[in-house]
Design a protein around this ligand. Structure first.
Ligand code: ADP
Length: 502
C-alpha cells in the first residue's frame, strides 16, 4: 500500500470554516467550505456559536474527503489554523461551552483594558507578551466570561473549566475530550503568554484574576497534538500541525529567513516581518509576536495590521453601490492617468498602526466637479497601498534601531491580490518588488505544511521553501518624485482626520 500523501488542512476563519486537501507538492486537491453566521448581541460585540463551528468543521472535513474520494488512510495528518484570539470557555466534563465564543473584533473588554492601563500595567504587558493592552486579545474576553456567566468563576477555580482559542476547542472535540492543548502562536495572542520564556505568565494571570487551571498546554506548531476519535472522520487521524491564521500564512509563504515579510489582503490586512531569534520590541506601537516555534525554538515576528483593506472595496460595492463586483475596481482605477489629488482615508473604525487613533473617522479629500466613480474607487485601492507603506516604515524604523536588514521583497496573499493594478501600485509606492505566489490560500497551506513536517511528508523548512511557487512579480517602476509626492498627499490626508497629534 502506498503511504498516505495528503494533508487535511482545517481553516477555521472569521467568516467561514474550510477544509482543504493538499498533496505533497503543496497543491490544493479539493476544498469545501461553510459560511459562519455572525452574532451581534450589542454595539461593538461579536460572537460565534462554538457548536455551529464544530458542526461546520466536521461537515467540511467529511465533505472534502468525499469530494476527493479519499479514505482516511490516504491522509497523513491534519493541520489546524484559525481566527486568532477568539475565546471559548467550556465545561471539561460535558464539553459544553459556557458562553458563545467572543470574537477577536469584540470590544467588550475595553473598560477593563482602560483600567489595566490606568493601573500602569501596560509596560509589563508589552515586555512579557509583546502586545499592547487591547480588548482584541483573549485575556479580557476570558475575564468577561468568568465575571458574567453565573457559576463560571467557581467552576474555573475548581478546575472544571477549559479555555481555548478555536484551535484548542476543535482539538478537544476532535480528540473526544482527550487533549487540551494549543500551539505557541495562538498562545502568544492571549495577552497571558510570556513570549521570551515561552510559558504562561503567572503575574499577568494574577492581575487579570484568571485561574491558571483553565489554560491549555502549549506545543510547537508541528507536534503530536493527538488523534481524532475514530468514528468522527472514518478512522483515527493524527493532528500534527497548528498555528494562528496570520502565522500559518507566514509558513505558507515560506517566510523562514529574518527580514522576510508577508502581507495578507483580505477584509483587513496583516503584515508580518520575520525577525528570527530576536523578539524586537516596537517603538512604533506595532506588536511583537511569534512567527512560529519548531523543535522548541521560537522564531519571532513584528506584526502590523490595517483594519480596512478589502472592506473598503466591499463598502464601495454594498454601501455606495459604485461597483457591482470587487473585480470591477481594477479597470476603473486603470482607466485614470493619475489620482487627481483625491485621497480616501478609510478610518471607518479609527486608525490602527502606527497611528492608533480610535476616535478618528474616515474622509475623502480633494473633491472637485470632475471627480467621478473611477477616482473614488481608485482612492480606496490606493489607500491600502499607502497604509502598507505606513506599516513598512514603522517596521523599518523599529528594525533600524535593532540592526535588522530592510526587506528586499514583499510576499502577498488574500482575496485582494487578484487585483493586478493594486499589486503594481503597491510595488510602486513601496519601491519594493511584490511577489504573488501561485497558491494564495496560504493560511490553509501553512497549516498543511506544519502538519506535513511533523508527519514526515516534508523534511525541513528548506524543503517547504522549495515548494513555494511564484505566479507573478510586480517590479516598482514609478519615479521617486512621483512616489514621494503621492505619499506626501496621503500623509497630509491622514493628518487631517487625526484627532490627536502623534
Ligand atoms: P477574508 O478572508 O478576510 O474574508 P478574502 O481573502 O477572501 O477575505 O478577500 C476578500 C476581500 O478582497 C473582500 O473584501 C473583497 O472586497 C476584496 N477583493 C476581492 N477581489 C478583489 C479585487 N479584484 N480587487 C479589489 N478587492 C478585491
Amino acid at each position: 500500500m502506498a503511504s498516505p500523501r495528503m494533508v487535511l488542512a482545517i481553516d477555521q476563519g472569521t467568516t467561514s470554516t474550510r477544509a482543504i486537501l493538499f498533496d505533497d507538492s503543496g497543491m490544493a486537491e479539493a476544498a469545501v467550505q461553510q459560511e459562519l453566521p455572525q452574532i451581534y448581541p450589542a454595539d461593538g460585540w461579536v460572537e460565534h456559536d462554538p457548536e455551529e463551528i464544530w458542526r461546520a468543521t466536521l461537515a467540511v472535513c467529511r465533505g472534502v474527503l468525499d469530494k476527493a474520494r479519499l479514505a482516511p488512510t490516504d491522509v497523513a495528518a491534519i493541520g489546524i489554523t484559525n481566527q486568532r484570539e477568539t475565546t471559548v470557555l467550556w465545561d471539561r466534563a460535558t464539553g459544553r461551552p459556557l458562553h458563545n465564543a467572543i470574537v477577536w473584533q469584540d470590544r467588550r473588554g475595553a473598560a477593563l483594558c482602560r483600567q489595566l492601563a490606568a493601573d500602569g500595567h501596560e509596560p509589563l504587558v508589552q515586555a512579557r507578551t509583546g502586545l499592547l493592552v487591547d480588548p482584541y486579545f483573549s485575556a479580557t474576553k476570558i475575564a468577561w466570561i468568568l465575571d458574567n456567566v453565573a457559576g463560571a468563576r467557581d467552576a474555573a477555580e475548581r478546575g472544571d473549566v477549559a479555555f481555548g482559542t478555536m484551535d484548542s476547542f476543535l482539538l478537544w472535540r476532535l480528540t473526544g475530550g482527550k487533549v487540551h492543548a494549543t500551539d505557541a502562536t495562538n498562545a502568544a495572542r492571549t495577552m497571558l503568554y510570556e513570549i521570551h520564556k515561552q510559558d504562561w505568565d503567572q503575574e499577568l494571570l494574577k492581575i487579570l484574576n484568571i485561574p491558571p487551571q483553565i489554560l491549555p498546554r502549549v506545543l510547537d506548531n508541528a507536534a503530536d497534538f493527538g488523534t481524532t476519535e475514530k468514528d468522527l472522520l472514518g478512522g483515527p487521524l493524527l493532528v500534527a500541525g497548528m498555528a494562528g491564521d496570520q502565522q500559518a500564512a507566514v509558513v505558507g509563504q515560506a517566510c523562514f529567513a529574518p527580514g522576510m515579510i508577508k502581507s495578507t489582503y483580505g477584509t483587513g490586512c496583516f503584515v508580518l516581518l520575520n525577525t528570527g531569534e530576536r523578539a524586537v520590541p516596537s517603538q512604533n506601537r506595532l506588536v511583537t509576536t511569534l512567527a512560529y516555534r519548531l523543535d522548541g525554538r521560537p522564531t519571532y515576528a513584528v506584526e502590523g495590521s490595517i483594519f480596512v483593506a478589502g472592506a473598503a472595496i466591499q463598502w464601495l460595492r454594498d454601501g455606495l453601490k459604485l461597483i457591482a463586483a470587487a473585480g470591477e475596481s481594477q479597470a476603473l482605477a486603470a482607466s485614470l492617468a493619475g489620482n487627481s489629488g483625491v485621497y480616501l482615508v478609510p478610518a471607518f473604525t479609527g486608525l490602527g498602526a502606527p497611528y492608533w487613533d480610535p476616535e478618528a473617522r474616515g474622509a475623502i479629500f480633494g473633491l472637485t466637479r470632475d471627480v467621478g466613480i473611477a477616482e473614488i474607487v481608485r482612492s480606496a485601492l490606493e489607500a491600502v497601498c499607502y497604509q502598507t507603506r505606513d506599516l513598512m516604515e514603522a517596521m523599518a524604523s523599529d528594525g533600524a534601531a535593532q540592526g535588522t536588514e530592510p526587506p528586499t521583497t514583499l510576499r502577498v496573499d488574500g482575496g485582494m491580490v487578484a487585483n493586478d493594478w493594486v499589486m503594481q501600485f503597491l510595488a510602486d509606492i513601496l519601491d519594493l518588488p511584490v511577489e504573488r505566489p501561485v497558491v494564495t490560500e496560504t493560511t490553509a497551506l501553512g497549516a498543511a505544511y506544519l502538519a506535513g513536517l511533523k508527519a514526515g511528508m516534508f523534511q525541513s523548512t528548506d524543503d517547504i521553501a522549495q515548494r513555494w511557487q511564484i505566479d507573478r512579480v510586480f517590479q516598482p517602476r514609478m519615479s521617486a518624485d512621483q512616489r514621494e509626492s503621492l505619499y506626501a498627499g496621503w500623509k497630509e490626508a491622514v493628518a487631517r482626520v487625526q484627532t490627536q497629534a502623534k
